[in-house]
Design a protein around this ligand. Structure first.
Ligand code: ADP
Ligand code: MG
Length: 273
């Protein structure tokens, strides 16, 4: 078990938003995620990397409260997850899954409005002016006002990704959990979504945990990287330490180089003959 976060690194005296203590997950006697400790601080961005099947999505779903840990416990500040209702969780944590249902019969603004549902009171039949204002604000933030009446199904992959991020922003959850937010996007849309996440991060209003295969996205956005391999924490630390040829080679079983241009470094996979 590894201790990840402030306890180990001695940074930040404030209480973390999320804490995981010895949290693991097994199914049918098979361990998918070995018990790990994790702290997420306010405003922090954490990137989870690792090969396919390493346990990244499982970790994110545990943090979202969608999967119950088979080991350990999760807490939101001092409150155990088990004591929070789904609604209470949804006001705190927004989860954007990687695989999303096709054929969504909703327009962009209807989809983003779904993010407001955890905030409606139980007797409230429809959203109020404040909810619609949050939707407008989220659409402006992601640059989708012009597409608000378009069916989500008719959007490009990058636009659709932005709609889901807008719904998470409208939810006003402090923590955003994003599963592979740039996967399946072409280069330009990857850049757009990366820029969008950069501005969300700089707003300081959200903590972010994202999983990604885009190591340079992790390098650009993350304060801290956790590398999983076979359900175990293989490496953790700031991007400058983890996103180097040495740990990466072992984690992915593939050769990496670091290319430096001025004051910027990029990680590249070496395709050897
Ligand atoms: P990643 O997101 O890193 O690709 P996942 O967390 O999705 O990995 O999955 C980790 C491993 O756990 C995979 O081998 C996957 O097949 C397995 N797994 C995940 N969920 C289940 C489940 N409900 N039942 C059985 N195996 C599962
Ligand atoms: Mg996954």
């Amino acid at each position: 078990m590894r201790v990840l976060g402030s306890t180990e690194e001695g940074v930040g005296a404030s209480a973390p938003l999320l804490t995981a203590r010895a949290v693991g997950w097994s199914i049918d006697g098979q361990r998918i995620l070995e018990p790990l400790d994790l702290d997420l601080q306010e405003g922090e961005c954490l990137a989870v990397i690792g090969p396919n099947g390493a346990g990244k999505t499982t970790l994110l779903r545990l943090l979202a409260g969608l999967l119950e840990p088979t080991d350990g416990r999760l807490a939101w500040r001092a409150a155990a997850y088990a004591d929070l209702s789904r609604r209470e969780m949804a006001r705190r944590v927004a989860y954007v899954p990687q695989v999303r249902p096709a054929n969504l019969p909703l327009t962009v603004e209807q989809m983003v409005l779904l993010g407001r549902y955890p905030h409606l009171s139980p007797w409230q039949m429809s959203p109020g002016a404040a909810d619609l204002e949050r939707v407008d604000h989220a659409l402006t933030t992601v640059g989708l006002e012009a597409l608000r009446r378009r069916p989500v199904d008719t959007l490009s992959g990058g636009e659709r990704q932005s709609v889901f991020i807008a719904a998470a922003l409208a939810q006003e959850a402090e923590v955003l959990l994003l599963d592979e937010p740039t996967t399946h996007l072409d280069a330009r849309h990857q850049l757009e979504v990366t820029r969008l996440l950069g501005s969300v991060r700089r707003s300081g209003r959200h903590s972010i945990v994202l999983t990604t295969h885009e190591l340079n996205l992790a390098a650009k956005l993350a304060d801290r990287v956790i590398a999983l391999r076979d359900g175990l924490v293989a490496a953790t630390g700031p991007p400058s330490e983890v996103l180097r040829p040495d740990p990466l080679g072992e984690i992915f079983d593939a050769p990496f180089s670091v290319v430096t241009e001025g004051d910027r470094s990029h990680v590249v996979l070496r395709l050897e003959r």
